[in-house]
Design a protein around this ligand. Structure first.
Ligand SMILES: NC(=O)c1ccc[n+]([C@@H]2O[C@H](COP(=O)([O-])OP(=O)(O)OC[C@H]3O[C@@H](n4cnc5c(N)ncnc54)[C@H](OP(=O)(O)O)[C@@H]3O)[C@@H](O)[C@H]2O)c1
Length: 278
């Protein structure tokens, strides 16, 4: 089985790709990066996903059986063309390869939780709109999986949110943690295991994969700050978001994933208990 991971250099990709490279399941693996290749492995190839010809060439030259498309996060200033045009380019070139597409809980507005896979997307910001549009692009592919997930973190590499907070707190800037935004943070290790399980699975459709523990963003942020012990708290405060920029309660119904997957996605407290800081 030949596996292509787009965005091997993403936060998720940096956990997923080494796990795939270490597994015996794939005869050959290629991953892509754009500006940086933190993995620095011979399986890496540079790709600008906005370029249709480059994407077609990358996929046709490698002939993957499975594509895991992780490119398309909420970072950077070219969200729409990376997420929407990039997904269109991958979809056009995918042919018969199984296409596993990473999406987000932010396709929902956070007003009517819990959200099952059958709920219609109701995005409230540009990221959510672009990711919802990318889902509709992938949907006609006969062998696709759309994974909607929550905040991704690990205990080996600081997640984007904790890194941003740490830098701001160290610089003495004010940081407000919201206690009315609800999420299900997911451990990058178990999410990666779930994705690789899906590479070999025959499930097709949308799957909500997230951590088993519901928490507010402030609870999650404080747990990560405690675990990493990397920042002072003098300029930290707790507040309430108004729900206009980012959705408030993104509780996902995880029952379909529990029925489909053998992999379990534990909650934050369980992961931390099993991996105490040294
Ligand atoms: N992180 C989360 O908490 C979270 C939550 C829910 C869903 N997700 C989903 O999970 C996926 C991965 O998110 P992430 O946060 O791990 O991503 P990320 O760390 O922000 O990485 C972004 C990736 O996109 C690549 N990229 C940027 N511009 C590109 C271009 N023009 N052509 C090709 N590649 C380009 C980057 O490559 P270079 O770094 O090499 O430039 C990098 O690999 C996304 O689909 C996201 O929607 C993430």
């Amino acid at each position: 089985m030949r596996l292509l991971i787009t965005g091997g250099s993403s936060y998720l990709g940096q956990h997923l790709t080494p796990m795939a490279l270490a597994a015996a399941d794939f005869s050959e693996i290629r991953y892509t990066y754009f500006q940086n290749d933190p993995l620095n492995h011979p399986a890496g190839a540079r790709l600008d996903v906005r370029q249709p010809t480059a994407v077609a060439h990358c996929i046709q030259a490698f002939q993957p059986d499975v594509i895991i498309h992780t490119i398309g996060s909420n970072r950077g200033d070219d969200l729409e063309s990376i997420i929407v045009n990039g997904t269109e380019n991958v979809m056009q070139a995918a042919g018969r390869a199984r296409l596993i597409h990473l999406s987000t809980d932010c396709v929902f507005d956070g007003k009517t939780p819990p959200y099952p896979e059958t709920a219609a997307p109701t995005p409230i910001n540009a990221y959510g709109r672009a990711k919802a549009q990318a889902e509709t692009i992938v949907h006609p592919h006969p062998n696709h999986v759309i994974i909607r997930t929550s905040l991704i973190y690990s205990l080996t590499q600081m997640d984007h949110g904790t890194r941003w907070m740490t830098q701001a707190l160290r610089a003495g800037k004010p940081v407000t943690l919201f206690d009315n935004q609800i999420r299900q943070p997911v451990w990058a290790e178990s999410l990666s295991r779930s994705i690789l399980e899906l590479a070999r699975h025959d499930f097709s459709g949308i799957l909500h994969i997230a951590g088993a523990q519901l928490m507010t963003r402030s609870q999650f942020a404080l747990k990560m700050l405690d675990w990493w012990q990397a920042a002072p708290r003098d300029t930290l405060q707790i507040g309430q978001a108004d729900g206009t920029q980012w959705p408030l309660d993104l509780t996902l119904d995880l029952s379909r994933a529990a029925a489909v997957l053998a992999t379990n996605n534990p909650g934050v407290d369980t992961v931390i208990r099993q991996h105490p800081p040294e």
